[in-house]
Design a protein around this ligand. Structure first.
Ligand SMILES: [Zn+2]
Length: 502
């Protein structure tokens, strides 16, 4: 048996004005052919794919298509999307006859000339392998599911956790569905329901948050032998594209009126969660730092969702850094990070122990914050490389380029050349700083950082800063969404959003 396998994964923030380029993908590691699994066969969904295939049939021949992964950033530029398409087309054509296709995807990926990259990739895959070969796609819980994705793939399998901790298991679930299709020779019946809403990512906690009971229902549904996959996709909201909104999907062995009702009930419950999903306490940068200082315990983690690198922001906001510098002294110190390649270069030039006096930050998104003058000492320079295990990745190699630690009074600033996971304490630990003993620490993530920070922090506070992942959606200019979409437009009844039915 021959199974083709590939990965195209990035979460796009269309409000990040900086395009994602081929060199960004190269920085995160492009692989083709046997290297797809040779290099990344233990990472995330591909790891789950390999492990589950081994259980199924050790003689499966894997045909590597391509692995193209990039940390969340702006829309993919036109030549890069063209190159991605071509790479997958060549891989699929070279693969010849296969018995199945497994693609690890994200589902919230835009190019400058294609709103639905995931759907387009699934469609071209279908065109090349033909109607009979089963295609499975795995997706992030924040995917924006489109009719093209539903029609082109036989089965879609999404994460069931937020913070995202089930990359591996999602790969396994995808293989189990693929196995069932190949062994039975049948294809699932598909249910698809769009809900005209988007919600702040801070409330997307599938373990303890408002939507948690719905995820328990999905798990129960997947224990039903008639169900191949049950999905609830709370959508990446900073994706200005048509048909943006929550989606419920269900793939079953055959049509059944009972499942129509299941999907309708789930949709009703999602819609009714809107007020509770918006009950989030946030503080201005000035207030949040003052509050953390006044708390009395430490460490306090401050989530800067509006500049979340996990949500495709540049990570260059200075809103919290400015307050840290202003509100000194800060007992036990404050830790933050800023993506600023020029500042890193200056730190390397000054050398360890050297004097640092430079305006940093706001280099990629000057429309959201201003550079802030940092006077201090270069404490350390290092390559910011580590293996991410937790929210955002499993066994995922991270390379944020060169980094430097600048100490300015009580404030330690990690400067990096490139973006990367803002949700993990590893970012600071790799730089020789200790987020467990500091006074306050910034996570550039709306919600996922809780998985790592909650166990050792005395409190978690959320900042309401500026940035291209602000949860205050009316602050952003959405030009391409299908309307009405709550909360940008008031909707009395979700059935009034005609675009959801098409
Ligand atoms: Zn996500």
């Amino acid at each position: 048996m021959r199974i083709a396998v590939g990965q195209l994964w990035q979460e796009t923030n269309t409000f990040n004005r900086n395009p994602t380029t081929l060199s960004d993908f190269k920085d995160w590691g492009i692989a083709t052919g046997p290297d797809v699994l040779g290099k990344y066969g233990e990472t995330g969904e591909l790891g789950g794919f390999v492990a589950e295939c081994a259980q199924w049939n050790p003689d499966i021949e894997f045909v590597g298509l391509a692995r193209m992964v990039c940390w969340p950033w702006g829309s993919i530029d036109v030549p890069t999307w063209q190159r991605i398409r071509q790479t997958f087309i060549e891989g699929l054509q070279a693969a010849g006859q296969v018995d199945g296709v497994f693609l690890a995807l994200h589902g919230a990926l835009c190019a400058e000339n294609e709103f639905d990259v995931t759907g387009a990739l699934l469609q071209l895959t279908r065109e090349i392998v033909g109607p009979k070969v089963p295609i499975v796609g795995t997706l992030d819980l924040h995917a924006n599911i489109t009719p093209k994705m539903m029609n082109s793939a036989d089965l879609l399998v999404g994460y069931h956790t937020s913070p995202h901790l089930d990359h591996f298991e999602t790969g396994q679930r995808g293989v189990r569905g693929l196995r069932r299709m190949i062994e039975s020779g049948t294809r699932p019946h598909k249910y698809y329901r769009k809900i005209p809403m988007m919600t702040p990512a801070e409330s997307h906690n599938s373990f303890t948050g408002v939507p948690a009971p719905l995820y328990r229902k999905l798990e129960a549904l997947e224990r039903d032998p008639r169900v191949l996959s049950a999905g609830l996709y709370m959508v990446m909201p900073w994706l200005d594209c048509p048909k943006l909104g929550w989606t419920i999907t269900l793939h079953t062995d055959k049509p059944d009126g009972e499942f129509d009702k299941v999907v309708q009930d789930l949709a009703d419950q999602c819609w009714s969660l809107r007020p509770a999903m918006c009950e989030i306490e946030r503080f201005s940068p000035e207030e949040v730092v003052a509050k953390a200082k006044a708390h009395g315990g430490h460490p306090i983690a401050i989530g800067d969702g509006a500049d979340a690198t996990n949500s495709g922001c540049p990570g260059d906001s200075t809103a919290l850094l400015r307050e840290f510098l202003k509100q000194q002294p800060i007992p036990h110190g404050a830790l933050t990070f800023v993506v600023d390649p020029d500042a890193v270069a200056a730190a390397y030039e000054a050398g360890v122990g050297g004097k640092f006096d430079l305006h940093v930050g706001a280099t990629f998104s000057p429309e959201y914050s201003n550079p802030v003058r940092v006077q201090g000492t270069v404490e350390r320079v290092l390559p910011m490389k580590f293996i991410l295990n937790g929210h955002g990745g499993k066994q995922m190699p991270i390379d944020m380029g060169r980094a430097a630690v600048i100490k300015s009074g009580d404030v330690s600033i990690v400067l990096t050349e490139r973006t990367g996971p803002g949700s993990t304490p590893l970012l600071y630990e790799t730089a020789g700083l200790d987020p467990r003993t500091c006074g306050m620490v910034v996570a550039k993530s709306p919600a996922g950082f809780r998985a790592d920070y909650e166990p050792f922090c005395k409190a978690i506070l959320l900042a309401d800063g500026p940035g291209c992942a602000t949860p205050n959606f009316p602050r952003l200019k959405f030009d391409h969404i299908s309307k009405p979409l709550w909360p940008l437009q008031e909707i009395a009844n979700p059935e009034d959003a005609a675009w959801c039915q098409s």
